[in-house]
Design a protein around this ligand. Sequence first.
Ligand code: IMP
Length: 195
Amino acid sequence: MREIVFATHNEHKAREVREILGESWKVLTLSDIVCHDDIPETADTLEGNALIKARWVRDRYGKDCFADDTGLMVDALGGAPGVMSARYAGEACDSEANIDRLLGELAGSGSRAAHFSTVVALCLDGEEYLFEGRVEGEISRECHGHGGFGYDPVFVPVESGVSFAEMSADDKNAISHRGRAIRKLARFLDNPKLN
Ligand code: IMP
């Protein structure tokens, strides 16, 4: 079983990834390699931030690593909040405040089209790879549902017609940006030499 680091402290994300990657990879988190560094996410793209995190672990800890970065891109807002999604309403990273700001910015706008994008950067055997997962949808006018996190109560994917917060975790993972990106990573890791 080969070891690979997922550059996250989020155990929930790590569990989800382990389920998708299966038996051939032992997925370690930052806590497992005793990395408590405050990795600077200073790039202005998802790709840039994902690469910063994956390279950080490769360069300082000498381990193969992948990292993800996600943003919500709203057409009428020129792609905002984008890379700023977590901190849209300030450094507190408060989901309710982020949603309030988003609905405020969109009030009176004709288009509510948006998409989530997750980029996974992989550093493996001295090479770098990028995988993207996307889900298209719309921003609703008010919150619906209590599941999930972040912008889930106001994001309605085109495939489902109800918000992410109204879906089960499995149904969300089947169509979500992160699920799609991680499955692309998993297909690659199944046989990196063939890719
Ligand atoms: P991260 O890169 O996974 O930390 O995501 C950045 C921010 O995007 C999070 O803080 C959330 O605000 C938002 N976000 C990411 N994934 C989701 C999701 O699946 N649903 C709702 N919001 C999300």
